[in-house]
Design a protein around this ligand. Structure first.
Ligand SMILES: Cc1cc2nc3c(=O)[nH]c(=O)nc-3n(C[C@H](O)[C@H](O)[C@H](O)COP(=O)(O)OP(=O)(O)OC[C@H]3O[C@@H](n4cnc5c(N)ncnc54)[C@H](O)[C@@H]3O)c2cc1C
Length: 260
């Protein structure tokens, strides 16, 4: 398990983007793609400002629920079902206290509504707004139906039980954020729909944590999907078959859990 030491906006939005640009790649953000034309003379990707961009190959890396509207018809079998596949919400409770409630950078709570607790790991943690912690609740279908104040009170009681210092701490600010379509719900039906990167068009490839990586909705899956898209593109352009590493080998505990 890795916990980033920098905010993702800096790590991915800043440093990773800069590293890619140093390789000679032009990165353009804030461009919504509206259409990908099915003709190859040349392939045209049209953005929301009406501008057409020509390409030899296109990698579509939008989430599973946005892909059907973009793909030319017939590109991916059963793409219309992906669109309606169920999503799973994740809720984040952003909490600022007047003092530290724990020194632990990260904790997992078991049998509680709160699941993951992260302490802000970077230097300016004692900002004027207080000591910041984030509580994350995955698959938060039930939690997100609770009134905001009630959810905060439940989580506060759980934090006070787990971390005695939280009993003396004053909550100075809080924010609850839920994205209802955070991740795909990994049902057997969804698993059966997950496509490879290759599509029926040799110039069109898929990426995204939801393609057939064998992983649930995680950053690992997203990274593997990117490698699958690169392999698909190279195979289509130059022929041959490229192997893509499937990620970490399953350890003893995972094998036992999966068997059970
Ligand atoms: C709250 C939350 C917490 C999470 N926590 C973890 C965690 O702790 N560990 C972990 O491994 N994973 C976690 N995940 C899952 C992880 O974020 C995803 O698995 C990963 O981001 C998927 O990457 P992706 O590139 O496939 O898709 P995304 O990161 O969803 O990227 C898709 C991009 O496509 C863009 N897009 C959509 N439509 C268009 C369009 N028409 N034109 C142009 N762009 C478009 C979107 O704006 C988005 O930027 C979490 C997810 C959420 C929401």
């Amino acid at each position: 398990m890795l916990v980033p030491k920098l905010p993702l906006v800096e790590l991915i939005g800043g440093q990773l983007t800069a590293a890619i640009e140093r390789l000679g790649v032009e990165v353009r953000t804030g461009q919504v793609v509206r259409q990908i034309s099915p003709d190859r003379n040349p392939v045209t990707v049209t953005t929301a400002d009406g501008v057409g961009h020509h390409a030899d190959h296109v990698v579509v890396a939008v989430p599973w629920h946005a892909v059907h509207d973009l793909l030319p018809s017939g590109a991916v079998e059963k793409a219309e079902f992906l669109n309606n596949s169920p999503a799973s919400p994740i809720s984040g409770l952003h909490l600022w206290f007047d003092r530290q409630i724990t020194d632990l950078p990260h904790a997992v709570l078991v049998g509680t509504v709160a699941q993951w607790v992260f302490r802000q790991p970077w230097e300016d943690e004692q900002a004027s707004s207080g000591f910041y912690y984030q509580v994350v609740i995955s698959a938060s279908q039930s939690a997100r139906c609770l009134p905001r104040q009630e959810l905060i009170e439940i989580v506060m009681a759980e934090l006070q039980h787990a971390f005695p210092r939280a009993r003396r701490a004053k909550l100075v600010q809080s924010k609850v954020v839920t994205d209802p379509k955070s991740v795909f719900s990994i049902t057997p039906q969804f698993e059966a729909l997950r496509p490879p990167s290759r599509t029926s068009f040799p110039w069109l490839h898929l990426a995204g944590d939801w393609i057939a990586t064998g992983w649930p909705a995680t950053m690992e899956s997203a990274v593997i999907s990117g490698r699958m898209a690169a392999a698909s593109l190279v195979e289509s352009e130059f022929g041959g078959k490229l192997e893509v590493e499937a990620g970490l080998a399953r350890n003893w505990l995972s094998r036992q859990l999966i068997k059970a």
